[in-house]
Design a protein around this ligand. Structure first.
Ligand code: NCD
Ligand code: ZN
Length: 346
């Protein structure tokens, strides 16, 4: 039998954590090898809150891109309760691509996130006016809401009212994990889109909890039931698939911070982002939809051109290393010491 070969327009990663310093140096070659561009998450310590912070971070990223690669970071600002309409206008003028909303306390490095979204209404109105998209970590943080319900409750309490109040706001519902989120995005206007991670297309919550506790499958929003995974696969390959695009949410943490009594949320997948998505699309016989998801829907939403070159994947299983160097520590990748069915051809 002939080896299956898949050539697609070079993809982009519309949700990526690159960190900073030695961690940035360690992980950036993986993304630069397969992605043309990436939307860079601003949840550094301290977070990227000013235009100057974002432009300086962009320079550090560009300086870390391996010489042979052409990789463009698209910068975001981290919204806090102190954001102003003036900041939004400055951001737009400086080429910032979007602002990220982290509800305070929702995830890794979100302590400076937004406490009262409605107090930010003038800021959000300005974003709608100038055409700066809002990227949303869609989970409530109320202690009485079960962690597996936090996305669905966010839709009811925050997202529906927000979309009604500001229908012209361009909004990306980030790393969606539930049937409810897929439905909301499918039925919303074309101002609303979503990113979907490889882990939420490939795994359900059993991956974290069956046969022992598996910290390297823990991320936020947490993996959900199989019914939700099926709904996501349907969404990315279905009639409204143009509203969904690639965002790995690759979120590296050092091994000792993951394998701990209080392990960090975040899965490192950037070393094989596109290969993992190929596996997921193949599961539902939708490899013909992979290019739109990976390389077309994102640029269309953001009003950017598609990348002009291609990448090639071959159906050939490869072993994932046990770990990668991460500064003076180790980084455990998704699927460490197991195989991935597809390989990127250089
Ligand atoms: C991300 C991180 O580690 O920065 N973690 C994660 O589990 N996805 C933060 C985020 O995107 O929620
Ligand atoms: Zn993220």
């Amino acid at each position: 039998m002939q080896t299956q070969i898949l050539t697609i327009t070079r993809p982009d990663d519309w949700h990526l954590h690159l960190r900073d310093g030695a961690a940035l140096q360690a992980v950036i070659p993986f993304s630069a090898r397969q992605m043309g561009r990436a939307v860079i998450m601003p949840n550094l310590k301290p977070p990227v809150v000013t235009v100057a912070d974002a432009l300086a971070y962009r320079e550090r990223i560009l300086a870390a891109v391996p010489a042979a690669r052409n990789f463009q970071p698209l910068m975001t600002l981290y919204l806090t309760d102190r954001a102003t309409p003036t900041l939004i206008r400055e951001a737009k003028a400086a080429g910032i691509i979007a602002c990220k909303l982290y509800p305070a306390g929702a995830t890794t490095n979100s302590a400076s996130g937004v406490c009262d979204l409605w107090a930010l209404l003038p800021v959000l109105e300005t974003m709608a006016q100038v055409g700066l998209p809002l990227l949303v970590h869609g989970e409530v943080t109320d202690e009485d809401i079960d962690i597996f319900d936090r996305e669905a409750v966010f839709i009811e309490r925050i997202l529906f009212p927000l979309l009604q109040r500001l229908p012209e706001l361009k909004l990306v519902f980030e790393h969606i994990t539930t049937a409810e989120a897929a439905q909301l995005v499918t039925e919303a206007s074309d101002q609303v889109a979503a990113t979907v991670t490889p882990q939420h297309l490939l795994y359900n919550r059993n991956a974290i909890l069956v046969g022992g506790i598996k910290p390297h499958y823990y991320c936020l929003p947490v993996l959900k039931r199989e019914t939700h995974r099926s709904a996501l696969l349907k969404a990315v390959s279905g009639k409204q698939a143009h509203k969904f695009f690639l965002g790995t949410d690759s979120a590296p943490h050092a091994q000792n911070n993951k394998e701990s009594a209080c392990g960090c949320a975040g899965i490192f997948s950037a070393f094989a982002g596109i290969e993992l998505y190929a596996e997921a699309f193949e599961q539902v016989d939708a490899l013909d939809k992979l290019q739109a998801f990976a390389s077309e829907n994102g640029p269309r939403f953001y009003g950017l051109p598609e990348n002009s070159d291609t990448i090639t994947l071959k159906k050939c299983a490869r072993m994932v290393p046990a770990s990668f160097a991460y500064g003076d520590q180790q980084l455990i990748p998704l699927r460490a010491q197991e195989t991935i069915a597809w390989t990127l051809v250089e």
